[in-house]
Design a protein. Sequence first.
Length: 476
Amino acid sequence: MNLAIWDIESSSASTDFGSIIEIGGVLVNQDFKELDRFNLRCRLPEGEIPQAMALIVNKTTVKQLTQVNLSHYQMLGEIEKIFKKWSPAIFLGWSNIGFDDEMIRKEFFKGIRYPYITNASPNKRHDGINIARAAYAIDKNVLQTEINEKNNPVFKLESLSRMNGFDSSNAHSALFDATLTMKILGLIKKKQAGIWDAFLKTANKLDTETIFKKENIITLNEYFYGKSRLYLCAPLHPKHCIHPIYQWGQAVDLRVDVQPLLKMSINELKVEMKKTPKFLRTIRSNKAPIILEAKYGMKEEPYNVIDPELIKKRAQLIRDNEKFSQNILTALREIAEEKEQLKSQEDIYAEESIYKKFTSNKDTALFPSWHAASWKDKLKLLDKFDDERLVGFGKKIIFQESPETLPTEMLKSIKMQIAKRILSDEKEKWWTCKEFYFECDNLREKYTNENDHEKLKFLDKLNSYVMEIQKKYENV
């Protein structure tokens, strides 16, 4: 399967309320021979206030935000065409599962497009940083890394690229970052050719589940507190090894004495689960976890000082004890339900509701004809959607692309909604004018102290741009 390596730059750190403003990608085959590439940039959607720091990082000017050829809506359409053309492929980036994938899903959802384009069959998805961390955990010589003040290796793309001899001077532009990801992964494949295929085996939820349901003992790679670690684990009984709410695999860390665990009640297991080190490990089946053969975990502390026969015995006890696995899942369900009850009943906005309620197949089937229609017909076709969220998104798209199509009252209503959001004095989930000015003032102080005239000039232009937006919507 080809690798579709991609990256985005955005107007904000919020995947719910920010927008993609640049996206780039490189398509390569399994030998890392380049087959295709693209880079797209668009204007910022009407009525959105950007985060200053996000634009400083990705070096986006006011001119680029306002004057490039593609609108945001047009760019999403181009992305959809390219990703369809590149399918089937394994889509991956650098730390994409936590950010880029979320952003593209939510952008497609708000853009009335099928959101799961990068991982719905026949496509699969992975994450370059997961692969790099696992490769390093197996062999510290595979990648040269900087070491931070906490004595941990640094896995930031720019740092890793520079340390391994790749020019990273243009990092944080979309196509350039996608190319750096390709180079780092190509280097790992070259140095760890024998394990490369194992890294990619978990690019699909069902494939991942097949692995841990079949194996008695696995090595699971996890990353926290700045370290990439290998854990030797035994998956629960194959019929009862998946979290009843979150649908993630469950395995027991084989450093622990499992005999006492097997005798515990559900309530005792719930207490035990809160203790550290944790006896239960989560296999995030839909987030491309790295699962390797048992031999890799066997070499790590503390497993390398435990009798291998004892490890096998513990794994067999876990796999064979159906009642224990059922009890674990019951305990996990109760913990999850308690958490849900504790969650505040705050308002969920349409933009952040993608996982709360999935769009119906009936509505999804209407997407292509909606995009193919004229702006006048797009407005009429909104009546065919059952999902009110899609109706709201559709009106906003028409407002941004063809405001003259909207009836006067509808146009006024959308403008007032935008004004209410961006002129709010409250601490909101999106960036307001007030929040932007506060951020801008703090950054000005920082760059004045650093004598960075270039960034101060950039902030002045951005400030003027936001003041214009504010003035426009104050008069609505």
